[in-house]
Design a protein around this ligand. Structure first.
Ligand SMILES: [Zn+2]
Length: 149
């Protein structure tokens, strides 16, 4: 027979935060109660693939097409985000090229340089974040990638 427990205020014990949705849960949780994401540590292969998928959109497209990655939601999120980011960059660059004339050339040159820098910076940040097993949502693209994966 166990003795009645003394009146100790409830203490939740060690907790962790979901990197996918931000919900707090006990450290021992296997799945997030908020979004259902697996809380086991991501395999190195997944993090490597996710990080590599930002190296232009080509590896990302390959990962999305390979049947082996169909259930790797972390990789697929980053692959989709990469495809969306690079796709937007290519479309904007091409439309700038077609629209440019002499008077607009300087504007498009400067805008093009700024867009290139932004994509380059985002690329570095996203490659590092995904390698660390984190999600990092780009504005707009992140929400799309979440629905597509
Ligand atoms: Zn979650």
């Amino acid at each position: 027979m166990a003795a009645p427990l003394p009146n100790i205020p409830y203490s939740p014990g060690p907790e962790m935060v979901c990197s996918n949705c931000g919900v707090t849960m006990p450290l021992i949780s296997a799945f997030c109660p908020g979004c259902g994401e697996s809380m086991r540590e991501l395999p190195v292969a997944d993090r490597l693939a996710a990080s590599f998928s930002y190296f232009t959109f080509i590896p990302a497209a390959v990962f999305l097409l390979l049947p082996g990655f169909r259930n790797r939601r972390f990789v697929r999120f980053h692959a989709w985000q990469s495809v969306l980011m690079w796709g937007a960059y290519v479309v904007l660059s091409l439309s700038a090229l077609f629209l440019s004339n002499i008077s607009a050339a300087m504007f498009f040159l400067i805008a093009g340089i700024l867009a290139s820098l932004a994509v380059f910076f985002a690329w570095i940040v996203l490659a590092i974040k995904s390698w660390q097993g984190e999600r990092f949502d780009l504005p707009l693209f992140g929400a799309f990638a979440e629905r597509l994966r």
